[in-house]
Design a protein around this ligand. Structure first.
Ligand code: HEC
Ligand code: HEC
Length: 431
């Protein structure tokens, strides 16, 4: 460890000790100051907040060419995470989508060494970044196509950040920053798996399953205490509609944005639990990043209408997600009645959280030995719409057709909840 790093670390330790004395203990192990610095440096190590000098290195025209997050993603999962579809353009590299180099950009927590980050004599020079970009012309020649592919791949390569390599005189991360990025990437409680039980890049937008321990009402309280002074819920939920944005928000809300007033301290030093709670609250508040999944299977009801309810099963039929719903209820005379529903047109809509359904009333067959499937009379009862914006609450509207109206049925619309959550299928899930 060089002297610079030592003095800064000692200073950080003193600040740490003061904070410890002046703030009540959170009952949870706090990340070290070095981990916090590393988190900001992972975002953009050139900024002063992240321990950088505040200007871009020579020959780097666009910061993204040297920002860790630009190539590894906010969730460190590269194309297996939020950056699965991120485009590669002149001003920024990406996590490898469309690249000739298929090596994984996934960074495994606990396994990172400073040598991996330095890439001494194995990384590219800064000039091989932005400057290597060759646009693909509309009527491209073979040469233009090859140049484009070469520049595309080259700019996506990990830069040489070592004092031995081609970039050291242009400005590289300090020893302190490298050490703290290593600490950050190896900090177990900072692993995105603390917030996301699953990230499914196969869904567009990327589908996030928040860890089971998350609590949406705690997330709302956290938002009110830590974000509300600067943003509205609408602003943040709008932002989350973008592809892969839960990954980015998780990092920024936990660690702050270097060079802005959105500092970790200003948000009350969020814990991993705070972030999981926050993400669940925002996901449920907006339906953003939420999709209909088999994890919604279960018994849905409204406590004010105990005695009737819906058995809803989501599942795959010949590869496509569909649902089958049964409604146990009563007719206008008080007799038990069963209605069944299937998606209009057979399949679920491609996007959104509403499912229009066709509703049928089955009558005819008799009890026991007298049961004859040939007696079955399937009456088209009417239509309906289920809406499932979150894992535990939704709504239903049922609209009878002329025949059902003649039988005494009327339009029905109310909210649903699902209280039994022990199906063993995570929600949302795409498997
Ligand atoms: C322009 C894109 C780009 C940037 C910027 C970038 N990397 Fe990389 N990184 C890669 C690529 C591509 C690989 C995989 C191939 C290789 O090892 O060169 C990689 C590999 C790694 C690995 C090794 C993973 C393994 O298991 O072998 C680590 C760790 C890593 N990068 C961390 C970082 C950190 C930390 C930063 C920021 C200081 C950073 N990277 C910046 C593209 C980038
Ligand atoms: C002290 C004010 C402040 C607080 C507290 C704060 N933010 Fe921010 N936030 C900002 C500023 C300023 C920016 C713009 C920063 C920039 O891009 O340089 C920002 C940006 C954002 C963005 C957009 C990020 C982007 O890249 O476009 C989101 C989303 C966000 N904040 C969410 C939150 C959430 C969630 C919380 C609570 C955990 C929070 N903010 C707390 C000031 C704040």
């Amino acid at each position: 460890m060089n002297r610079d790093r030592k003095t800064v670390l000692i200073r950080l330790l003193i600040i740490g000790a003061l904070l410890f004395v002046s703030s009540p203990s959170q009952g949870q192990e706090e990340p070290s100051d070095c981990v916090e610095l590393g988190a900001l440096a992972y975002d953009n190590w050139t900024t002063a907040d992240a321990g950088g000098v505040g200007v871009l290195p020579t020959d780097v025209l666009n910061a993204d060419y040297i920002r860790c997050k630009a190539c590894h993603g906010w969730d460190r999962r590269g194309t297996e995470g939020g950056y699965v579809r991120r485009t590669r353009i002149e001003t920024r590299p990406n996590a490898g989508a469309g690249d000739a180099d298929a090596s994984s950009r996934v960074i495994e927590t606990g396994k990172v060494t400073s040598d991996m980050i330095l890439h001494s004599l194995t990384g590219r020079s800064y000039t091989d970044g932005t400057a290597s970009w060759v646009p693909l012309e509309p009527d491209h020649s073979a040469v233009n196509k090859a140049d484009h592919a070469r520049g595309y791949t080259l700019g996506n390569q990990h830069p040489d950040f070592s004092p031995q390599g081609p970039n050291w005189q242009k400005g590289i991360p300090s020893d302190l920053q490298i050490g703290c990025i290593v600490d950050f990437l190896n900090y177990e409680d900072g692993d995105p798996a603390r917030y996301f039980a699953k990230i499914d890049p196969g869904q567009d937008p990327v589908l996030y399953t928040i860890v089971e321990t998350a609590d949406a009402s705690a997330g709302e309280a956290f938002f009110l205490a830590s974000c509300d002074g600067c943003h509205t819920v609408d602003f943040v939920t709008d932002y989350l509609k973008g592809d892969g944005k839960f990954s980015e928000l998780a990092h920024k809300a936990r660690w702050g944005i270097p060079g802005s007033t959105m500092e970790r301290r200003a948000m009350g030093d969020p814990t991993a639990q705070d972030i999981a709670d926050l993400l669940l609250f925002l996901q449920q508040a907006s339906g953003t990043g939420f999709a209909l999944t088999p994890g919604l299977t279960g018994t849905w009801w409204n406590a004010d209408r105990a005695g009737e309810g819906f058995l809803v099963e989501f599942g795959y039929s010949t590869g496509a997600l569909t649902l089958f719903a049964s409604f146990y209820t009563f007719d206008d005379m008080g007799n038990q009645a069963w209605l069944v529903a299937q998606p209009t047109g057979g399949a679920l809509p491609e996007s959104g959280t509403d499912v229009p359904v066709d509703v049928f009333l089955v009558t005819g067959p008799m009890w026991g030995d007298d049961f004859d499937p040939g007696d079955r009379d399937l009456m088209a009862w009417g239509t309906g719409v289920f809406s499932f914006p979150g894992c535990t609450s939704g709504s239903v509207t049922l609209t009878p057709g002329a025949e059902a109206i003649a039988m005494g049925y009327t339009e029905l619309s109310y909210g649903l909840t699902r209280d039994l959550l022990t199906s063993g299928v995570a929600c949302p899930t795409a498997d």
